[in-house]
Design a binder for this molecule. Structure first.
Ligand code: NAD
Ligand code: ZN
Ligand code: ZN
Length: 377
């Protein structure tokens, strides 16, 4: 490629400060260093974790390029990279899989030691960035930064995918869909014939509904304060629909009554510690399992110990428990073989220049996923 080894100047949506609109800027993207690849991003989803950083987290990691749910094509590779070649279709991974650390070697977890969460959980960005803009270093959100025409990642954080995959659909497997689906099948380990409740019906929650359905749950109760989400939840297999605002008692009491004692599995896909408690308390004693999927690092949660003493299990799930480099290409295959849905999550398609419109839609719960087209293929 003519650009290999050179700095690329390209467009990116830069967040200069919290709570402010992103600004489309020309940035410089350095060539990949040892073990790194430079990727032309073709499409990216907007995930609530991007909004969390911008509006909720109150950290000072700015300026930054957000976006972590993308798909693209390798433009060039740095020294020592043998796994990738220019032209390969890839998905950047917000959680890497180095295959060498004690976590990667253990079948029990997907928490690679080299992930940003390992040492900078509050900041959600790698210190080391290949971006500059107007002479300033610009951070890479979750090490990925897919709201940019080009980005650079370490090869441990990139998954090579089937060349037949449509990038404007499979980008969603980089975070949201992998997260919700895996939380149900890998973390909760939903069982055939079980009763499940999913709180929050964004793409993450709807993917959790899909996971419960694929795992053979017989009843899937979809809970959201926005009833406009219920029609979509039906598409993914939900059987019952609850709006907490329609009830004058706590939502866990409603669920316990509906299910003769509580659900077998519940998944919190909102990122609200009050909802996390409701999800736990909606579980049946003895064996109920509740999984925290929604992200927040702002508040403590609370629950009565008797909930756990009574036999419930409370767990958390990061990107659906998938070891990402292995799991994401498998999910791409599952989509191509029509085993999982993706198209149905996409409610809006826009250009990168409309990133702020996409963010506004999500802020007001008016979309499931917006896919931004970033560069032409
Ligand atoms: N654990 C992980 O690895 C991981 C990965 C991706 C996203 N997340 C997190 O998952 C969460 C969901 O992400 P998303 O992109 O689907 O977000 P989203 O904004 O599209 O969806 C959130 C949904 O929750 C609903 N909601 C809000 N308050 C509610 C309440 N009190 N009760 C019931 N429903 C309520 C909203 O109406 C909306 O439909 C976010 O917290 C995000 O940061 C976690
Ligand atoms: Zn590792
Ligand atoms: Zn995400």
């Amino acid at each position: 490629m003519a650009t290999a080894g050179k700095v690329i100047k390209c467009k990116a949506a830069v967040a200069w400060e919290p709570n402010k609109p992103l600004v489309i800027e020309e940035i410089e993207v350095a060539p990949p260093q040892a073990n790194e690849v430079r990727i032309k991003i073709v499409a990216t989803g907007v995930c609530h974790s991007d909004l969390y950083h911008l509006f909720e987290s109150m950290n000072n990691a700015y300026p930054i390029v957000l976006g972590h749910e993308g798909a693209g094509i390798i433009e060039s590779v740095g020294p020592g990279v043998t796994e990738f070649q220019p032209g390969d279709k890839v998905i950047p991974l917000p959680v890497p899989q180095c295959r060498e650390c004690r976590f990667c070697k253990s079948p029990k977890t997907n928490q690679c030691e080299k992930a940003w969460v390992a040492d900078s959980g509050n900041v959600m960005a790698l210190e080391d960035s290949r971006f500059t803009c107007k002479g300033k270093k610009v951070l890479q959100f979750m090490g990925t930064s897919t709201f940019s025409e080009y980005t650079v990642l370490n090869q441990i954080a990139v998954a090579k995918i089937d060349p037949a995959a449509p990038l404007d659909k499979v980008c969603l497997l980089g975070c949201g869909i992998c997260t919700g689906y895996g939380a149900a099948v890998n973390t909760a380990k939903v069982e055939p014939g079980s009763t499940c409740a999913v709180f929050g019906l964004g793409a993450v929650g709807l993917a959790a509904v899909m996971g419960c359905y694929v795992a053979g749950a017989k009843r899937i109760i979809a809970v959201d304060i926005n009833p406009e989400k219920f029609e979509k939840a039906k598409v993914f297999g939900a059987t019952d629909f609850i709006n907490p605002k329609d009830h004058d008692k706590p939502i866990h009491e409603v669920l316990i009554e509906m299910t003769d004692g509580g659900v077998d599995f519940s998944l919190e896909c909102v990122g609200n510690v009050g909802v996390m408690r409701s999800a736990l308390e909606s579980c049946i004693k003895g064996w109920g399992v509740s999984v925290i999927v929604g992200f927040t690092n702002m508040d403590d949660f609370a629950a009565r110990p008797i909930q756990l003493i009574g036999g419930r299990t409370w767990k958390g799930s990061l990107v659906g428990g998938f070891k990402t480099k292995d799991g994401v290409p498998e999910l791409v295959k599952a989509y191509l073989n029509k085993k999982i849905k993706l198209d149905e999550f996409i409610t809006h398609n826009m250009a990168l220049a409309q990133a702020n419109d996409a963010i506004e839609l999500m802020k007001h719960s008016k979309c499931v996923r917006t896919v931004l087209s970033v560069s032409p293929q």
